[in-house]
Design a protein around this ligand. Structure first.
Ligand SMILES: O=c1ccn([C@@H]2O[C@H](COP(=O)(O)OP(=O)(O)O[C@H]3O[C@H](CO)[C@@H](O)[C@H](O)[C@H]3O)[C@@H](O)[C@H]2O)c(=O)[nH]1
Length: 456
């Protein structure tokens, strides 16, 4: 007689993201969803990072537990108190990886004492799989990327063994040989050159190998996307990975009401004064920073667009061109610091989103039906921009392929095309339709449940 499959109704799960806000936040959303469905979750990170994630709702506090691993203090040249990618210059990210790698013994000890059913990990912890396997803990890699970018990345064993045939930035500007159908998916030189430069520290494991191991050593690969959005890429991933690839959906964040948030109240006042769908929200994520020249062109571009905008910057206001704030007074607002992005995007006055194409930002923008102005900088962002412009939900700001330079006029024209020009109407309609796929709703819930059923 066939043995009945064992189903465990209440799971115990350790969740361990890479040290970056764009990773901590979606891993936290997944943790919250697991806890909401009655599973016990230990969310593991370092002290400063744990202070930056959203608050745990009181009704989940018995199921969702934060676990602190001490951050190593002896990494030479790592900026003092820096614990996440946003606090370390892009070119020095290998130092943060070095610190991250030194968390291995502490995490292994925690796994031994907590003995979870599963560990859900990120791409960077290439050392945890064998430790978890020894303890009989199941392993899931949660990929915070779309299936198109994961396909572009390639077969796991080729990544581990350096057999993907790519070493220079130019190699990433062509469609990879393992994509069997017609496609134009490739980086522009400037979008990938910075990533390649970053990989020069040979003493630590490079990102390709980390990705390869994360993919190859996991029992299931959970992808923050949906096949309804990119069916052909999910089909290809199944062939490249030869193991279960499960879409977890977009995990759209729910806007939490928090009336005490003074930052939000100031922003809300500004947005309340603007017309419906008139404001371009401009924000470029937590990792890449603009040079003074880029910041200047972007500023003049927004000024020339003559449209209302809300711009979040990580640099200081002193970097902006002289007189800029006075000239855009009333219709333009610049916010320095950590903005309540999801709440902003949910405000009716916001019509478009000038984004660096970080996957979380894209999900948040399309989840609210905002049309996108695409300004990719590093990491997966260039490929995301190709996917989104092909889908017709956004327009790329034209840039020099090699050095990434762009003009203020091209910024103004792209923003106006997306937000107000008649020729951008179809793009606005398509972006608005994406609310159904990317936003809060049954479709995303269905995929999340499928993933949880798999874990059981
Ligand atoms: O002031 C801010 C800045 C950011 N965020 C949030 O922080 C997250 C940022 O994530 P994302 O938009 O993906 O950007 P990055 O932080 O740059 O994300 C990194 O991680 C992503 C997921 O792997 C990749 O797609 C990106 O390329 C990579 O740079 C989003 O949830 C934002 O809402 C805020 O709430 N307020």
């Amino acid at each position: 007689m066939e043995e009945k499959e064992k189903v465990k109704e209440n799971l115990q799960v350790v969740v361990f993201p890479w040290l970056a806000m764009g990773h901590l936040i979606p891993f936290f959303h997944l943790s919250k969803s697991l806890a909401q469905k009655g599973h016990k979750v230990w969310f593991v990170s370092t002290p400063r990072n744990l202070t930056k994630i959203p608050k745990i709702p009181p009704h989940l506090s018995s199921l969702l537990n934060l676990v602190t691993l001490t951050f190593p203090r002896k990494i030479p040249n790592l900026p003092l108190n820096a614990e996440s990618a946003a606090e370390v210059p892009f070119a020095a990210q290998s130092l943060l990886k070095q610190a991250f790698d030194s968390l291995e013994p502490a995490l292994a000890d925690f796994l031994q004492s907590s003995k979870p059913d599963w560990i859900i990990y990120d791409y960077a912890s290439h050392w945890i799989h064998s430790r978890a396997a020894e303890l009989g803990i199941s392993r899931a890699y949660f990929a915070l990327f779309n299936a198109a970018w994961l396909s572009f990345l390639g077969p796991p064993l080729d990544l581990i063994n350096g057999l993907d045939g790519r070493s220079s930035a130019e190699d990433y500007t062509v469609v990879p040989k393992w994509i069997p159908f017609e496609s134009r998916l490739a980086y522009r030189y400037h979008e990938i050159a910075t990533n390649i430069d970053r990989e020069i520290d040979m003493s630590i494991t490079n990102d390709s190998v980390r990705f390869g191991i994360a993919l190859d050593e996991s029992e299931v690969i959970a992808v923050k996307s949906r096949p309804e959005f990119e069916p052909e890429w999910f089909d290809l991933l199944g062939k490249l990975y030869r193991r279960p690839v499960i879409p977890v959906g977009f995990l759209p964040p729910v806007v939490e009401e928090d009336d005490d948030d003074v930052d939000w109240l100031g922003i809300k006042d500004f947005l309340d004064e603007q017309k419906e769908k008139s404001v371009a929200y401009v924000a470029l994520g937590t990792e890449a920073t603009l040079t003074r020249e880029q910041l200047t062109e972007l500023a003049f571009g927004l000024e020339l667009s003559e449209l209302p905008f809300l711009w979040v910057i990580r640099n200081s206001l002193d970097m902006l061109p002289g007189g800029f704030l006075d000239r855009v007074k009333g219709r333009g607002r610049v916010y320095v610091g950590w903005a309540p992005q999801v709440r902003i995007l949910s405000h009716d006055s916001v019509g478009g989103f000038l984004t660096h194409c970080g996957w979380n930002s894209v999900v948040e923008g399309l989840g609210h039906g905002r049309v996108l102005v695409l300004f990719p900088m590093v990491n997966d962002q260039g490929i995301n921009a190709r996917v989104l412009s092909e889908k017709g939900v956004g327009v790329e700001i034209p840039r020099d392929e090699f050095d990434g330079s762009f003009s203020r006029d091209s910024v103004a024209e792209s923003v106006r095309l997306a937000m107000v020009d008649d020729s951008g109407e179809l793009m606005r309609i398509k972006a608005n339709e994406m609310k159904g796929l990317f936003g809060v709703g049954d479709g995303n819930e269905f995929h999340l449940n499928q993933f949880i059923d798999f874990l059981k």
